[in-house]
Design a protein around this ligand. Structure first.
Ligand code: AMP
Length: 419
C-alpha cells in the first residue's frame, strides 16, 4: 500500500503529516499528488470528506518551498478560491498544519469581517492566499491584491461556486491570472457550466474521480419519517430528547427556517445555534466552535453554510426538510459517519416533499425505511398552518380503512403505519 513516505515530499512535510496522524494517502491523494508534483493540471471530481484539501495543498507546499527570494507585496504565488468562509478557513488551517516550519506565508480572506488585517497580510507578502471570490475582487479593485505572480491556481468546489452565483466573479478572476501557471479544479459534480470552465482553464489535465467512499454511506443508518409540516418541530424535539444523540446537525432549506428551529429548541431548553449566510462571521465561528467542543449538541445549518464543515463525532444528521436537489441529501448525510464511525441520518418528509424523496431514492439507488409520526403543532411555534390530522396522501380516499395498530418505536413515542 502506498505511504506518504513513497511520495516525493520534504521531510518537514512528512513530519507534519505524522503529527496530524496521517500515514496512508487517501485515494485522491495517491492519484493526484505525483502528477501535481510534476506541475500537471488536474480535474478532481471529488467532494469534501475524500481528503481533497491535502491532495492539493501538499504538492503546492512542496513546490513552493523553499523560497530563496523575498515576496512582492500584494502578489501571492498561489491562489485557492473557495465558495464559503468556512471552507476557506478550513483550508487555511490545513495549510498551517501541513506547512508548519516551511517558512512560507499563508493567509485567508473572506467577506463579512473588516478588511484591515487582510490588507496588512497581503501587504506583507504571501506565498499562498485562500480567498472567497467576492472579497478577493473587492481587494483587487482597491489595489491591494494583484494576481500576476500566481504560479498555482486552485478552484475548489466549482459546482457550489456556480450554485452560489459566483460565476461572474470567477470569470473576472480567471481573466487576470497569468497564462503560465498550474491549474487545479475540484468539483463534486460536473454540470455543463463547470465542464465549460474546466475546458477553458485546464491544459491537458489529469482527471481524478473519487466517489464519496461508499462505505461512508453504508455506515449511515438512514430513515425517513413522514409527518405533517406543522408537527416537525415536535418530532425534532422528541428525537433530540429521546434518541441517543451526541452531536446533531439539523439541516433546513432556508435561513429563516433555521432561525425558527433555534428559537423553538432554545424555548424547550435544548441549547443550539444556527449557522447560515445572514449570521456574522463571528457568530458563525462561535457556533461552529461551540459545536466542535460539544458545548452545544445541536447545530442548525443551511446547505450552503454547512459546505466543508468537518466536525468529527456528528452522531446524527436530521433533515428538517428535504433538499430539492437530491445531491445535497448526499452531502448532508455525509456530515455523519466520518472517520470510520457509524451515524444516523433521519429525514422528515411532509406531503409536499414526496417528489424530493423520490429523487433522493433514485439518486442513491435505495428505498429508505420509513416511519410515520403523528404529533401536534406546538403552540410556541408561530406557524400559520392549521394543525390537521395526518392523512397519508397515497391512501385511496374511499378505501375501507383497516384498524390501525399503534406501536412504539425505539425512540419511545408513537408512530403509526410503520411500513
Ligand atoms: P477533506 O476532504 O480535505 O475535507 O478531508 C476530510 C477529512 O479527512 C479531514 O478531517 C482531514 O483531516 C482528513 N484526512 C485527509 N487526508 C487524510 C489522510 N491521508 N489520512 C487520514 N485523514 C485524512
Amino acid at each position: 500500500m502506498l505511504k506518504f513516505n513513497d511520495l516525493r515530499l520534504k521531510p518537514q512535510i512528512l513530519t507534519n503529516l505524522e503529527k496530524v496522524g496521517y500515514t496512508t494517502p487517501t485515494p485522491i491523494q495517491g492519484e493526484s499528488i505525483p502528477s501535481l508534483l510534476e506541475g500537471k493540471d488536474l480535474l478532481g471530481i471529488a467532494q469534501t470528506g475524500t481528503g481533497k484539501t491535502a491532495a492539493f495543498t501538499l504538492p503546492m507546499l512542496e513546490r513552493l518551498s523553499p523560497r530563496d527570494f523575498s515576496l512582492t507585496p500584494g502578489q501571492p504565488r498561489a491562489l485557492i478560491l473557495a465558495p464559503t468562509r468556512e471552507l476557506a478557513s478550513q483550508i487555511k488551517e490545513s495549510l498551517d498544519k501541513y506547512g508548519e516550519g516551511l517558512k512560507l506565508k499563508y493567509a485567508v480572506i473572506f467577506g463579512g469581517v473588516g478588511q484591515a488585517s487582510q490588507v496588512s497580510a497581503l501587504r506583507n507578502g504571501l506565498d499562498i492566499l485562500v480567498a472567497t471570490p467576492g472579497r478577493l475582487l473587492d481587494l483587487m479593485n482597491q489595489g491591494h491584491c494583484k494576481l500576476s505572480s500566481v504560479e498555482i491556481f486552485v478552484l475548489d468546489e466549482a459546482d457550489r461556486m456556480l450554485d452560489m452565483g459566483f460565476i461572474h466573479d470567477i470569470k473576472k478572476v480567471i481573466a487576470v491570472l497569468p497564462e503560465k501557471k498550474q491549474t487545479l479544479l475540484f468539483s463534486a459534480t460536473m454540470p455543463k457550466e463547470v465542464v465549460s470552465i474546466a475546458n477553458r482553464i485546464l491544459k491537458n489535465p489529469i482527471r481524478v474521480e473519487v466517489t464519496p467512499p461508499s462505505t461512508t454511506v453504508e455506515r449511515i443508518n438512514q430513515k425517513i419519517i413522514f409527518c405533517q409540516k406543522a408537527h416537525k418541530y415536535q418530532l425534532l424535539r422528541k428525537l433530540l430528547q429521546e434518541e441517543n444523540v451526541e452531536l446533531t446537525l439539523v439541516f433546513t432549506r432556508t435561513k429563516h427556517g433555521a432561525n425558527k428551529i433555534v428559537d423553538y429548541l432554545n424555548a424547550h431548553q435544548i441549547k443550539c445555534a444556527a449557522i447560515h449566510g445572514n449570521k456574522s462571521q463571528n457568530a458563525r465561528e462561535a457556533a461552529l466552535e461551540n459545536f466542535k467542543s460539544g458545548t452545544i449538541k445541536v447545530l442548525v445549518a443551511t446547505d450552503i453554510a454547512a459546505r466543508g464543515i468537518d466536525v468529527q463525532g456528528v452522531s446524527h444528521v436530521m433533515n428538517f426538510d428535504l433538499p430539492v436537489d437530491a445531491e445535497s441529501y448526499v452531502h448532508r448525510i455525509g456530515r455523519t459517519a466520518r472517520a470510520g464511525k457509524d451515524g444516523d441520518a433521519i429525514s422528515f418528509c411532509d406531503e409536499t416533499e414526496r417528489d424530493a424523496l423520490a429523487r433522493i431514492q433514485k439518486l442513491i439507488g435505495l428505498k429508505l425505511p420509513t416511519d410515520t409520526f403523528v404529533g401536534v403543532a406546538e403552540k410556541s411555534v408561530k406557524d400559520t398552518r392549521p394543525a390537521r390530522p395526518y392523512r397519508d396522501p397515497r391512501a385511496k380516499p374511499k378505501a375501507p380503512q383497516a384498524p390501525q395498530k399503534e406501536e412504539k418505536n425505539k425512540v419511545g413515542f408513537k408512530f403509526r403505519n410503520k411500513r
